[in-house]
Design a protein around this ligand. Structure first.
Ligand code: MTE
Length: 417
């Protein structure tokens, strides 16, 4: 095990080693008939024509890269969650078809011709928009993460699920196109005594949340596109609320109604659910902001280390309070830390990709990452978090994750004291 970044000389030696392995064909099993110096089968035939795949799908060899669920977690699939395969992804954008889903009453299939969004309550002029009306209004593009407040919720009492897909996969990050909520509210004319906004979904759960008007006017969107295409049905087609940095439950999908009021509505999802039971017996309520968090996505239990030598450690960090300022990585369970490289776009309330490189010699490693956001907030250890919040919460577990890399390269979800 090496604690520091690999030296240039050692990196080059490692790279030469990798090239050697590829030339002898020993890196991966395959069909020898397709390997040099033979002409592989795909070079001998014409491939499919241009519109054989009018809407492209990934290579059949990537069929294992899918959303997954945990069968014992919920009683029904209609009120359940699937998880993003974070360990299979790189960069910061989640492919649309891999975004985790959380539905309380299944996927509403809405005919866009029959879609309506109503704005009423404490407004000068109640309004009703069609989808075409929304598309005619001024629009913006924003990249944001969405994290379910219950992400990592199974880990409050100890390490439980073996894979970052399950421990951290209730997060995705896409580009949204939509109308700023302030534009829609200005059309309706907000009355001076309005302080809160009720957002309601058109699914059978009629998902309902109260949102402070200040947030609604600041950076919320009514989005109809993600990653350039129209929203997928699972993500709220044809329109959803985008509430940057705040808990995913508030991002109402299949959005049908916005009501202005002078106080919150105390809906089910903000009283009996999405509140946090503290050690005192009292519950925290309206815990909107998602605190800074990070996870190493590879190596991780579903992405073990396959070869000794040069190894890239990578992961994601995000904060509901703004941009990620720094990510530290430890290979020894938090005794020593070094700064990871942030690569690509570092955006407000979006995930940030980080990398740290090492030479792995086959010794045990206790991998951890620690996010620090631009407000100076430092991601806490799980034990520090438990000292304040106890273990009865489900929501807002942003404690530091530990992966044990064993001598055979397999990786396990563990905790360090
Ligand atoms: N909106 C409606 N109408 N119905 C729902 O069940 N689930 C919420 C939120 N919006 C939900 C909803 C929850 S709990 C989360 S975490 C996010 O949507 C999940 O968004 P996603 O399915 O796009 O990942």
């Amino acid at each position: 095990m090496s604690d520091g970044p690999p030296s240039r000389r050692r990196f080059l030696a490692g790279a030469a080693g990798l090239t050697g392995a590829a030339l002898t064909g020993s890196a991966q099993a395959g069909n020898p008939k397709n390997l040099p110096p033979n002409v592989p089968e795909w070079t001998r035939v014409l491939g499919d024509g241009v519109v054989a795949r009018p809407y492209g799908v990934p290579s059949k060899h990537e069929a294992h890269v899918v959303r997954r669920d945990v069968s014992w977690l919920t009683a029904s699939r209609e009120s359940s969650v699937s998880f993003t395969p974070l360990h299979e992804l790189d960069g910061i954008i989640t492919p649309s078809g891999l975004c985790f889903e959380r539905h309380h009453a299944g996927i509403a299939e809405i005919d866009p011709a029959d879609y309506r969004l109503i704005i009423h309550g404490l407004v000068d002029k109640p309004l009703m928009f069609t989808l075409e009306d929304l598309k005619r209004l001024p629009r913006v593009n924003r990249i944001h993460f969405l994290e379910c407040a219950a992400n990592s919720g199974m880990e409050w009492r100890g390490a439980q699920l073996n894979g970052c897909q399950y421990t951290h996969g209730m997060v995705h990050c896409v580009e949204y196109t939509g109308v700023p909520l302030r534009v829609l509210l200005a059309e309706a004319g907000v009355k001076p005594n309005a302080k809160w906004l009720l957002a309601e979904g058109a699914d059978a759960a009629a998902m309902t949340r109260s949102i402070p008007l200040e947030k609604a006017l600041n950076d919320c969107l009514v989005a109809y596109r993600m990653n350039g295409e129209m929203l997928r049905p699972e993500q709220g087609y044809p329109a959803r609320l985008v509430v940057p940095g705040w808990q995913g439950n508030m991002w109402v999908k299949w959005l049908r109604r916005l009501k202005l009021g002078d106080q919150p509505w105390f809906a089910r999802e903000e009283t009996s659910k999405y509140t946090g039971l503290m050690p005192s017996g009292k519950a925290r309520q309206f815990t909107f902001v998602m605190d800074a968090k990070s996870v190493i996505t590879s190596p991780s239990p579903q992405a073990p280390v396959r070869q000794k030598g040069f190894t890239v450690i990578t992961g994601l960090a995000w904060s509901g309070r703004g941009k990620i300022a720094r990510v530290d990585v430890s290979l020894d369970g938090g005794k020593n830390w070094r700064e990871a490289k942030l690569d690509g776009l570092v955006l407000d309330k979006a995930v940030t990709r980080f990398y740290a490189e090492t030479e792995w010699s086959g010794g045990e490693m206790l991998l951890q990452s620690r996010a620090i956001d631009e407000t100076g907030y430092v991601q806490p250890s799980k034990n520090d978090l438990r000292k304040v919040r106890g273990v009865n919460s489900i929501y807002h577990n942003n404690g530091i994750q530990t992966w044990l890399v064993k001598a055979d390269g397999e990786v396990e979800n563990v905790e360090v004291s």
